[in-house]
Design a protein around this ligand. Sequence first.
Ligand SMILES: Nc1ncnc2c1ncn2[C@@H]1O[C@H](COP(=O)(O)OP(=O)(O)O)[C@@H](O)[C@H]1O
Ligand SMILES: [Mg+2]
Length: 456
Amino acid sequence: MERLCKAATRTAQVLVVSRHEDYSIEASQFGAGWDIRHVHQLRELERIVRASTPMAGVIDLEADYSDAEYMLLEQSLQHPQVAWVAITNSRMLDDERVRRLIRDYCIDYVRTPFSFDNLLYTLKHAHGMACLHGGQVGEAVGHGKMIGDCAPMRAMFRSLAKVAHNEAPVFISGESGTGKELAAQAIHEASSRRKGPFVAINCGAIPSHLVQSELFGYEKGAFTGANQRKIGWIEQAQGGTLFLDEIGDLPLESQVALLRFLQQGTITRLGGHQSIPLDLRIISATHVDLVAAQAEGRFRSDLFHRLCVLTLAIPPLRERGEDILLLANAVLAQHGQEARRRIRGFSPCATQAMMQYEWPGNVRELINRVRRAIVMTDNRKITADDLQLHGSAENPRRTLDAIREEAEREAIRTVMASHGFHVVPAARELNVSRVTLYRLMHKHNIRVESLPVTGE
Ligand SMILES: Nc1ncnc2c1ncn2[C@@H]1O[C@H](COP(=O)(O)OP(=O)(O)O)[C@@H](O)[C@H]1O
Ligand SMILES: [Mg+2]
């Protein structure tokens, strides 16, 4: 399995883009582990970005650029290898061109004056995001078709590799949509039987009166309607792997027949006399709690012990941390062309909503939500709304945006009050223009009469 971002184990690269030769970000400020490269010629930027490995970038958006230069910047910032952090100031944020570059292409921005630690923190985050993307477009992250890089998934991949090299039956547990079938395929592919067939049966989907004939097959004339011999699923898996999905839904009488086959290693087709020796690997899975099913008499204990010699547990998606974003980006990369226009990733609100959502339907649900969002969105970046994940109901935690908003509102209220509600000195202290302060007051619905009266 590949590391998510090879660069993460070496130095982290940062591209610093400014037209000014003497731009104030110095390599020495970053310390060990960072490799800083300055770019001053905007004309060269796109070529550099296009050829780069995943990295973070700092873009100077304090300088006044011409329209042509803004276009050059926009072309360069589009490339996903670099995750950008803008440095700007309140004056420049009044410019729609600057706001648009930040909104559409940057992970975050800092306003001057800023603390260097703050910038470094943001850049670490940006570097991580670029690596996520790099891992996803570069070498596969995970095991075969299974994407995953978090600790629980890595542990699962290690177990998977071990069980694959054994012959004993494997039982895979995990909630619905966690990837049990994909794991069964991965075991087959990694096993000595990989050249043989992989036959998957959903035991819950076969009507109970047909289970035996479907599993074991029948001879011509075995029952009315049996006009010709039929080879059952088990026999079709000869030499390969038989995956019994939703084994918890198997009716009791079929459980007896399956147990006999597991004990003897042979089957007899319905209506037949010959016992056929079989050479195959059994993998079973279910989302049902088989321990409880045994206690309630719905599942035979002897069959349970035959099937569960080796076990593999697949973690639910909500326990996989940033893998959620890795998977979402993989779905976007695979299905993005189904959108009406190019989608440039996920907005911060979508990322946050995905990280906080419970995912009861696990990876299957994530694939469905992202695919639907790709088709339905009108935005350049998929939003939480597009994913139909609405923060508040599922998640009482406050978002970073909400915290920033509240801090901004509080700061304005306090400073305004301390200046006796005079906008000019308050704007000066807040280091914004008078117009900006009026706009912010309007945005936060702060009216002079609503401010607390300090001792005047
Ligand atoms: N780790 C993963 N990486 C990529 N795709 C996954 C992963 N896990 C599950 N999937 C996809 O999610 C869907 C549901 O997986 P599946 O194996 O059918 O789940 P289960 O059998 O546990 O219900 C499938 O489309 C599968 O390809
Ligand atoms: Mg399944």
